[in-house]
Design a protein around this ligand. Structure first.
Ligand SMILES: CC(C)(COP(=O)(O)OP(=O)(O)OC[C@H]1O[C@@H](n2cnc3c(N)ncnc32)[C@H](O)[C@@H]1OP(=O)(O)O)[C@@H](O)C(=O)NCCC(=O)NCCS
Length: 170
């Protein structure tokens, strides 16, 4: 594990979150898309546009020299503008990414742990996400208790509940 500092995502982290969003959406095809492509597609841009909006929360990991290397955040999206991993308007959907060159050293896991802790403090009922077939990130999610609750296209929708309501592992 490298030295790592994790801080709450602030308004001036918006640009970095957009870079992470690009990494998350191009995980299996890095380099083919640009930030402009992200902003041009409302179904992707809505994960970060206007950061932060009410209900948003997130965390950023930085190296010991202060360079941001990864982030994860949660945003509630309405039913009429749902994300790929939408479950309900009061359940924020998360985005997670670590910059290439910093992966495989525990950064993603540490970020996810920090976000889950923050979500409990925020009092949200659950966190949801969408993970495409073949993305090894699914192991990270399962290890933290996310379970599959649905399917959209070639992606699983996963949910981590913070109450005692049983959740079907669909
Ligand atoms: C998924 C991701 C955030 C994991 O971050 P990370 O810092 O590499 O994660 P960790 O070092 O904490 O490792 C956690 C797990 O991720 C796995 N993993 C996923 N992608 C990996 C990669 N490119 N390099 C190394 N490990 C990776 C590891 O094998 C490990 O699983 P294990 O503990 O069962 O062996 C990172 O690989 C990434 O940013 N990928 C591109 C964006 C993306 O796919 N985001 C998720 C969209 S749903």
């Amino acid at each position: 594990m490298v030295p790592l500092f994790i801080h709450p995502a602030a308004p001036d982290d918006a640009g970095f979150l957009a870079l992470v969003l690009l990494e998350a959406f191009t995980w299996n095809d890095p380099g083919r898309h640009t930030l402009d492509d992200i902003w041009a597609d409302p179904a992707i841009a809505h994960y970060v546009a206007g950061w932060p909006r009410p209900g948003d929360f997130g965390v950023v990991a930085q190296d010991d020299d202060g360079t941001p290397v990864g982030a994860t955040w949660a945003r509630p999206l309405p039913a009429d503008d749902p994300g790929y991993g939408h479950v309900a308007p009061d359940i924020p959907e998360i985005t997670l990414g670590v910059l290439p060159g910093h992966r495989g050293r525990g950064v993603g896991g540490a970020l996810l742990d920090a976000l889950v802790a923050r979500a409990r403090e925020e009092g949200v009922p659950a966190l949801s996400l969408s993970v495409e077939d073949g993305n090894a990130a699914v192991r990270l999610y399962r290890a933290r208790g996310f379970v599959k609750v649905g399917r959209t296209g070639d992606s699983d929708t996963m949910l981590l509940r913070f109450d005692d309501t049983p959740t079907a592992d669909a």
